[in-house]
Design a protein around this ligand. Structure first.
Ligand code: AHR
Length: 461
């Protein structure tokens, strides 16, 4: 029955087209949920998003439910299970994940024992009813793997009708904290065959502080199966790596998998996010791919990072390189999640910034990401994510990037529906001129004819 759980790929939907209708969601502002690390977001066929994650006390399992990603910020939080005060599972409770299969909710999580809180093994709960927040959750048992060792950060996904289980574990004879493993499930707590070892942390960026490969997160897109994972110690050196297999390959063959030689997502001094990792994937209300991850607002940590509570849940949209692999860019930083703006008259190019310059073209993802920050009277400012506190400013009919203090009128735009396409947006400066693309440059002026209106219309992605 496990195998027939539907072709779930990202966020519980078989395709982006199935994602819920494009409702105008409230502004999504990072951090989305404070002090929830290891966040997993599951978009269910009931139209709700579900979020779970580690709490700083590592003592309970929680769920938030919301019709929108932004709703998680203020959503009530339901405790569905608390660790016992004694004995097994009475230790640290880490990194839960919520999954729907076999017509029931399942929660996988890692738990230590009361007398040995770091003797971490992986367990499964099942809910007795369709409502994860009000149903009764019962322990199915420990997930059986080939070794009785440190086992954590499990996830599950379906590919070609097979439900897989992917987890991190210490393997006897390998001198690491954890490696990644994959196997099909026979039951929610037993493997249908011996696992394949997907990766061992050996590269410099995987072994900083601790030799770690954990927090596997699957993403099936563009004819590939990607597994993002987290590496190194959970301080500012924590980062994401990426494994890739062809979707037609045998996922149980180690030879099917390749590993990015460099990390795909790391701390950013510019955007002030450190230790980004332990991610999951979902789709937003418009069906666009979203990266969910945690990160801190500061680099220096007092004491053991594992007991620093400020790994907050963050989200940002996920984009793709021309070859179809995900482009993680940089962690976007605090504030509205950023967008990209492609002029209608030059598809595939974007508003992009470099220092004080603003142009239309392409380049590193982060240089094309600007956040629309709410201003007075429904106006917005456009803040480049690599230059917090700066904005697109119009002075003397020219648009440049400059420092924008609160209330800076030169940085305020009236945002209107696209002059040439209502699906897009146009930005009118206070002098009445519009931001316009012209031969790779950005100018400000009237949009009197169809050509100018197209140049003043930006499709948001
Ligand atoms: O957040 C607790 C644990 O720390 C998570 O299970 C793991 O991903 C991280 O290293």
């Amino acid at each position: 029955m496990l195998a027939g759980a539907g072709a779930l790929t990202v966020g519980g939907y078989a395709s982006i087209a199935e994602a819920s209708s494009a409702t105008e969601a409230a502004p999504l502002i990072n951090p989305v949920v404070r002090q929830r690390a290891d966040a997993q977001v599951f978009k269910h066929t009931d139209g709700y998003y579900y979020l779970t994650g580690s709490v700083p006390e590592y003592d309970r399992l929680i769920i938030r439910r919301s019709r929108s990603l932004a709703g998680f910020t203020t959503a009530d939080e339901t405790v569905i299970w608390r660790r016992p005060t004694q004995g097994k599972l009475g230790g640290y409770i880490w990194a839960p994940e919520l999954h729907w299969f076999d017509d029931a909710w399942h929660m996988y999580f890692a738990a230590g024992d009361k007398d040995q809180p770091f003797r971490i093994r992986t367990y499964a709960l099942r809910c007795d009813g369709p409502d994860a927040l009000t149903g009764k959750w019962s322990l199915l048992g420990k997930v059986e793997t080939p070794w009785d060792t440190f086992t954590l950060d499990s996830t599950s996904f379906v590919h070609k009708g097979v439900r897989y289980f992917c987890w991190a574990q210490k393997e006897p004879g390998i001198d690491t904290n954890s490696n990644l493993y994959l196997a099909p499930l026979a039951t929610p707590t037993t493997l249908a065959k011996p696992p394949v070892r997907l990766t061992v942390p050996t590269l410099d960026w995987e072994i900083r502080g601790f030799k770690v490969a954990e927090a596997a997160a699957p993403l099936i897109r563009n004819g590939k199966v990607f597994i993002a994972y987290s590496a190194s110690a959970t301080d500012d050196r924590y980062c994401l790596g990426l494994l890739t297999a062809d979707a037609e390959a045998d996922l149980m063959s180690q030879a099917s998998w390749s590993k990015s030689p460099v990390p795909v997502f790391v701390s950013s001094e510019e955007t002030r996010v450190w230790g980004p990792g332990h991610n999951s994937f979902t789709v937003d209300e418009q069906g666009r791919d979203v990266l969910v991850f945690h990160g801190r607002d500061y680099k220096a940590i007092k004491g053991d990072p594992l007991f620093d509570p400020n790994r907050h849940t963050r989200v940002q949209r996920l984009y793709y390189k021309p070859d179809g692999t995900p482009d993680f860019g940089v962690p976007a930083g605090a504030g509205e999640i950023p967008d990209r703006f492609s002029p209608l008259d030059r598809p595939g190019a974007f508003l992009r910034y470099e220092g004080a310059g603003l142009s239309v073209g392409d380049g590193p993802l982060a240089t094309t990401q600007l956040r629309q920050k709410a201003g007075p009277a429904g106006q917005v400012t456009l803040e480049p994510i690599l230059q917090p506190g700066h904005a697109v400013r119009v002075v003397g009919g020219k648009a440049t990037i400059g420092e924008a203090k609160p209330g800076d009128k030169a940085a305020l735009f009236k945002r209107v529906k696209g002059l040439a396409d209502a699906k897009g947006v146009s930005f009118q400066a206070l002098d009445g001129g519009y931001l316009l693309h012209r031969d790779g440059a950005v100018v400000v002026g009237p949009a009197k004819d169809a050509k100018a209106r197209a140049a003043a219309t930006f499709l948001v992605s």
